[in-house]
Design a protein around this ligand. Structure first.
Ligand code: AMP
Length: 399
């Protein structure tokens, strides 16, 4: 079992919480989706209710180890201050004199937010010295940053070497993410249907392999479907394909047949000659994609077919858009899929940043049972991998 913040004594202590405040920003540096900040609040409030002095740390974007004004945590500080009752103070460096001074003066019930961890090169290098200095800021270490748990970074992995079992644990968001994925894969209500999409087979091959023995049906859409269609001998025109994985796709389909898993592929697509909003588009069956055209979304017949297949689902896992949803012309298949899943009388779990984005744009976020806050991390959980940020938080004498 992963240790929860509830399992350890934090009363009146200095708590260092690794959060995932890596929120999307628009060109004007507005936060476009603050779910990650909101999701961190329960753990922060729990620590404040236990009279802790709270130090928060996160990365934002990819500054590559250098200071970048645009990726300052200032914007996160403002949003956090609106969401929390106490003011959140921001230090103007990660481990410099300002942080040391402010950390020293931090009283119980107060919150200090460090500057962007990735302004320091040591963070992504999992540097033990950098991790030690971070660790020295707190008596307790809490990881609530699910979105980065698949990365062995200093504030996620190396830092855990400086805290024993009584002084380190997972926050509520991290626990929720892990438990949801674990229960989903171990004990799903059946029929359990996985809907997988996105650009490439290569990025999701391991997830497909791990899902196959667990699901009753597998629906494949998005760009990755074309490698499967090609393996069936279908002429896919200029659609996205990974030639080197055609054989592997064939093996996945064979394995599905052996396991009795019903595997569904698109029967029609929205095709165009170029991937742009102003290109002419056509609805064609997958058998009739014209030479030089490419499939950029699932077509209306596939939407109906997939809806039919999802009709009896008790559990649905969705990871990956059905088409190039960023371009309105090719977004309909993904939007319709989002509506279908949201309306299903099933436990519905959405993983992956793009898929969460589709669900938010479609106005369906409130109707999903669970939307994971981590893209890569949620995929690695589906792949059955142990996450480097989570492993150190298991109690040693248990599983
Ligand atoms: P992934 O990161 O693998 O989940 O893929 C997400 C990306 O797949 C999105 O940016 C979509 O635009 C892209 N995508 C979905 N369907 C297609 C398609 N038919 N052709 C090309 N790209 C696609």
């Amino acid at each position: 079992m992963v240790r929860s913040v509830r399992d350890i004594d934090i009363e009146g202590k200095r708590v260092f919480i690794r959060c995932d405040f890596n929120v999307p920003l628009d060109d004007f540096l507005n936060i476009t989706d603050d779910r990650r900040i909101k999701s961190a609040i329960p753990t922060i409030k729990y620590c404040l209710d236990h009279n802790c002095a709270v130090i928060l740390a996160s990365h934002l974007g990819r500054p590559g180890g250098n200071y970048d004004e645009k990726l300052s945590m200032k914007i996160v500080q403002k949003r956090l201050t609106r969401l929390l009752v106490p003011d959140v103070e921001l230090s103007h460096d990660v481990l410099g004199s300002d942080t040391m001074e402010k950390a020293k003066n931090l009283k119980n019930g107060e919150v200090l937010l460090l500057e962007n961890l990735r302004f320091e090169k040591g963070e992504t290098k999992n540097d033990p010295e950098f991790a030690k200095k971070l660790a020295d800021l707190g008596e307790i270490y809490i990881n609530d940053a699910f979105g980065v748990c698949h990365r062995a970074h200093a504030s996620v992995e190396a830092i855990t070497n400086f805290f024993d079992e009584d002084h380190s644990a997972a926050g509520f968001l991290l626990l929720k993410e892990i438990n949801f994925s674990r229960n989903l894969l171990k004990n799903p209500s059946r029929p359990f249907i996985a809907v997988v999409g996105g650009s490439k087979v290569s990025g999701k091959l391991q997830a497909l392999r791990n899902l196959l023995p667990r699901v009753d049906k597998l629906l494949i859409g998005g760009g990755m479907a074309f490698t499967f269609l090609k393996a069936q001998g279908i002429d896919i025109g200029n659609s996205l394909v990974e030639e080197d994985l055609v054989e592997e796709a064939d093996l996945v389909m064979k394995r599905a047949r052996e396991l009795g898993v019903k595997l569904y592929l698109p029967v029609d697509v929205v095709a165009a000659q170029t991937c742009s909003q102003d290109s002419t588009m056509k609805f064609v069956t997958t058998q009739e994609i014209p030479k030089g055209w490419m499939g950029l979304d699932i077509g209306p017949a596939t939407t109906r077919l997939f809806r039919e297949a999802l009709n009896d689902a008790q559990t649905i896992l969705w990871n990956g858009p059905m088409g190039v949803f960023e371009i309105p012309k090719f977004s309909r298949g993904s939007t319709q899929m989002s509506h279908t899943i949201a309306e299903a009388h099933a436990t519905t779990v959405v993983g992956g940043g793009d898929t969460a984005d589709v669900v938010a744009r479609s106005g369906d976020a409130d109707d999903m049972a669970f939307i994971s806050t981590g893209g890569g991390a949620s995929l690695e959980l589906i792949e059955g991998k142990e996450l480097p940020g989570v492993k150190p938080l298991y109690n040693k004498d248990e599983d």
